[in-house]
Design a protein around this ligand. Structure first.
Ligand code: ADP
Ligand code: GLC
Length: 532
């Protein structure tokens, strides 16, 4: 019988995506399925997810989740056919944004929304009619962070894995709301008194719940796994992670090599491969045209494609651009992104000041992301921290050489060109830099441009980058080994009976907070029963 894994996440491409999390969940699910695992994704039934999933059917009703009643639906991913369970709670999930309103403000009920997702995952782990009980529940990022805690409270047999995709986003909420979502008081006590507490600097932290209560914690690169143990990268969570160090490991993300394949990509001007890169010139022409750049086949063309935030060093890049444009008279930039308004504006100002040399498109556009990676020579990817980073992997696959910060997954996946240290044209795939100043960026791009004007070494770097294996195979084996360790350690895997406790109605107008808190706790801890 094959291993059954439930992936719990808020995003899965193409049904929902705000960043790399959505790419990772879908591509990893398909890779697990290809490895023979019985894998299902559980995510909220956002309107776009309902519209995008195929063969959607009703499975079960769930009552008394932290956010009320829900319908559980089952469908399949439209591209890979991986089964997906959609948690339908229209009052919580039928909204335009995933986490924020149109003004960029976090939804005030995000705690209830995602506590409901975690509670639903826990019920599935206990047993819901017509849904296979998972052996492993693998929760992703703070949105699913309460899952391991609820599983523990409900005493389910399945094991839990929690993956940190970005420690900067922790899902912290007022501690006083803990009772409402079924967290018992002792787990809200000051963390010093109880290491199982999910109190975090006076707040309740969904990220911390995932870290403390899961059987294993992973993050998306080995280097980030050690970086987050330090104050510089730990976002305050370093102490918690140090205490849980024994169960923490790093497994780097792969990419969907079918979607991101220059030899088969229908979204680019002309397809090409490592053996014949001629088509890349046509892609460069198209990119120059689409971004209003001067048509110059010999101009070094630098792409930037990411969220425009301080994590991505966008503030520093804005400062570095004028000096780069002055120092290198033919240099061009094609920039695709969206994020903080003042950074978007600063880039638009640069485009206005440097016509034909800086092209900026603000917005989110999947097709243009492909165009960018196919048409550019260089990808500039600064980051103050980068758990994994997928953009640099896509770029390398398209023969676009990354210039990136020496942090996290960037450092793990890019081989820095440093001939004097033994990493020359035979192995290098890009350029890594230290520091966060605009001088550091200017210097790093300068290093890349010095190679760009030497076609033989540049082509060697492109060949190296394009022939690297960024697929999921080896990372999937690492996850499978981790799952196997957990499942082997579990007695009588499939014989544990489902405990069917009757569900108690939850009074929404009950008198004292204490009564509510106790009741909510009982819902989470004892009454995680199904109502199928
Ligand atoms: P993060 O998740 O931190 O934003 P990643 O590099 O892991 O960084 O993933 C970013 C994903 O979002 C990639 O798939 C990238 O192509 C995509 N992306 C980011 N900004 C845009 C944009 N403006 N248009 C299209 N795709 C984008
Ligand atoms: C997060 C990280 C990014 C990573 C992605 C997928 O969004 O910021 O580095 O690649 O998750 O794991």
């Amino acid at each position: 019988m094959s291993l059954n894994v439930l992936l719990v996440a808020s995003e899965a491409l193409p049904l929902a995506k705000s960043g790399g999390l959505g790419d990772m969940v879908s591509a990893y699910a398909a890779a697990l399925r290809d490895a023979g695992v019985d894998v299902t994704i559980l995510m909220p039934a956002y309107p776009a997810a309902l519209a995008g999933a195929v063969d959607v059917q009703y499975v079960a009703r769930m009552t008394s989740l932290p956010g009320g009643d829900a319908k559980l639906l089952r469908g399949h991913m439209p591209d890979t056919g991986v089964p997906v369970l959609l948690l339908q709670m229209n009052h919580l999930f039928a909204r335009e944004g995933l986490y924020r309103d149109a003004q960029g403000r976090d939804y005030l009920d995000n705690l209830t929304r995602f506590a409901s997702l975690s509670a639903a995952a826990t019920r599935i782990a206990r047993g819901v009619r017509n849904v296979k009980r998972p052996d492993i529940v693998h929760a992703h990022d703070w949105h699913a962070g309460l899952t391991p805690l609820y599983m523990r409270l409900a005493g389910v047999a399945a094991k839990s894995v929690f993956t940190i995709h970005n420690l900067a986003f922790q899902g912290n909420h007022p501690l006083a709301m803990g009772g409402w979502i079924g967290v018992p008081p002792e787990l809200l006590a000051p963390a010093l008194s109880d290491e199982r507490s999910i109190e975090f600097y006076g707040s309740l932290s969904m990220m911390k719940a995932g870290i403390v209560h899961s059987d294993r914690v992973t993050t998306v690169s080995q280097r980030y796994a050690s970086e987050i143990l330090t104050p510089h990268f730990g976002h305050g969570m370093e102490g918690v992670l140090q205490a849980q160090h024994a169960k923490l490991s790093g497994i780097v993300n792969g990419i969907d090599t079918a979607t991101w394949d220059p030899a088969a990509d229908i979204l680019i001007a002309r397809r090409y491969s490592v053996d014949d890169t001629a088509g890349k010139q046509a892609c460069k022409r198209e990119l120059q045209q689409a971004f209003g750049l001067t048509r110059d086949p010999f101009a070094p063309l630098v792409a930037i494609g990411s969220r425009l935030t301080e994590q991505k060093l966008a503030d520093v890049v804005v400062q570095a651009l004028p000096a780069l444009l002055e120092q290198h008279p033919r240099l061009q930039f094609a920039i695709l992104g969206q994020g903080e308004r003042h950074l978007e504006q600063a880039l638009e100002d640069l485009a206005a000041a440097w016509p034909g040399r800086v092209g900026v498109q603000i917005g989110y556009d999947e097709r243009r992301a492909h165009m960018l990676h196919a048409g550019a020579d260089i990808l500039l990817h600064g980051s103050r921290f980068e758990p994994c980073g997928l953009t640099q992997l896509y770029a390398m696959r398209y023969g676009t050489i990354p210039v990136a910060s020496r942090v996290g997954g960037l450092a793990d996946t890019i081989v820095d060109y440093a001939p004097h240290e033994g990493r020359g044209e035979e192995v290098a795939t890009g350029f890594l830099f230290d520091g966060e100043s605009h001088g550091d960026v200017v210097h790093a791009v300068g290093r890349a441009l010095a190679s760009f004007v030497q076609p033989a070494s540049w082509h060697a770097l492109q060949r190296n980058a394009m022939s690297r294996d960024f697929g999921w195979e080896s990372s999937t084996s690492n996850y499978l080994a981790l799952y196997a360790g957990l499942v082997d350690a579990r007695p009588a895997l499939r014989d544990t009976p489902v405990r069917k406790t009757p569900v108690r109605a939850r009074a929404s107008t009950a008198g004292s907070r204490r009564v509510l808190a106790e009741e909510a706790f009982s819902v989470a801890a004892a009454d995680m029963a199904l109502t199928a």
